[in-house]
Design a protein around this ligand. Structure first.
Ligand SMILES: NC(=O)c1ccc[n+]([C@@H]2O[C@H](COP(=O)([O-])OP(=O)(O)OC[C@H]3O[C@@H](n4cnc5c(N)ncnc54)[C@H](O)[C@@H]3O)[C@@H](O)[C@H]2O)c1
Length: 281
């Protein structure tokens, strides 16, 4: 019961990583304000608790909605201890030579501006709380190409820098700010981006889990609970010395090229030697 008596706010709470996080926080004693645009999913989530989970409609692209969420959580409980700025979606899929201003701005508003104002409007209610902790969802897409479209990756890289800058700004209030960079996690985000539903979405999810299991040293699909566990660590007393940083939770997908960790793959030097020998013949 690491979070007894604590108040937590989680955005993107109705599905995937957010939902697993809400359930974990509530199971360990927190009162959780679960925010999402998905009313049905939010109501279903709130019904799973004995009054510990409160759903609030909140579109994180609206600063008014974010402020109302933080104000409500504080008004009903006296303050906020934990904020998980997590809501998101795939954003605009266009490469840089095709993207239009509207798609770029929409993606930044959803994935970066939302986090800035999630912090901005939570802080007045976090001052003076013991071990106050803000956690932001970034992505392995922040490390470089290959994991997402351009605008999403740039926004998630921005979340990392925003995290560090905010940790510096908020040191005066003793509020810690950290990020998590999930790898491929088996949620609805990919199938939603591809606009797949029903049976097609289930097939798509299985394909993504199988693909990611083969692409990383930990040979299984990532689960929302893997990220919720990292979030809970960062929110907890155990992480009271962890500040202004990010935890990559990705089964090792960003370790390096497959030949660097998979014994079944020829390593680079073996491949070069084979190439040289073939050219000599
Ligand atoms: N799944 C992955 O592999 C992965 C990897 C790296 C980062 N992430 C990030 O993790 C976070 C959670 O994604 P997920 O994988 O759980 O996806 P998900 O689709 O399962 O959940 C995302 C939730 O965010 C909500 N949401 C979307 N737009 C919103 C808005 N404007 N306002 C409020 N809520 C909104 C959705 O309704 C949904 O409930 C996102 O920020 C995503 O970018 C996911």
């Amino acid at each position: 019961m690491r979070f007894s008596g604590k108040t937590a706010v989680v955005t993107g709470a109705a599905s995937g990583i957010g939902k697993a996080s809400v359930l974990l926080l509530a199971s360990e004693g927190a009162t959780v304000f679960a925010a999402d645009i998905d009313e049905e999913g939010g109501a279903e989530l709130a019904s799973q608790s004995n009054g510990a989970i409160h759903f609030q409609h909140c579109d994180v692209t609206s600063t008014e909605d974010i402020k109302a969420l933080m104000d409500r959580a504080a008004a009903e409980t006296g303050g906020i201890d934990i904020v998980f700025n997590n809501a998101g979606a795939g954003g605009d899929g266009a490469p840089i030579d095709e993207i239009e201003p509207e798609g770029w701005d929409r993606t930044m508003d959803l994935l970066l501006r939302s986090v800035a104002f999630g912090i901005r409007y939570a802080v007045p209610h976090m001052i003076g709380r013991k071990n106050a902790s803000i956690i932001n969802t970034s992505s392995v897409a922040a490390v470089g190409p290959g994991y997402s479209p351009n605008a999403y990756a740039v926004a998630k890289a921005g979340v990392l820098h925003l995290t560090k800058m905010s940790a510096a700004d908020l040191a005066k209030h003793q509020i810690r700010v950290n990020a998590i960079q999930p790898g491929f996690i088996n949620t609805n985000i990919f199938t939603n981006s591809l606009e797949l539903s029903g049976e097609q979405a289930e097939i798509g999810k299985k394909a993504i889990a199988a693909m990611s299991a083969g692409a990383q040293p930990v040979a299984r699909g990532g689960q929302s609970e893997d990220i919720a566990n990292a979030m809970a660590f960062l929110a907890s007393e155990e992480a009271s010395f962890v500040n202004g940083t990010s935890i990559i939770v990705d089964g090792g997908i960003t370790i390096g090229p497959k030949y660097s960790w998979d014994p079944k793959e020829p390593d680079m030097f073996e491949a070069l030697r084979a190439l040289a020998e073939a050219n000599q013949q």
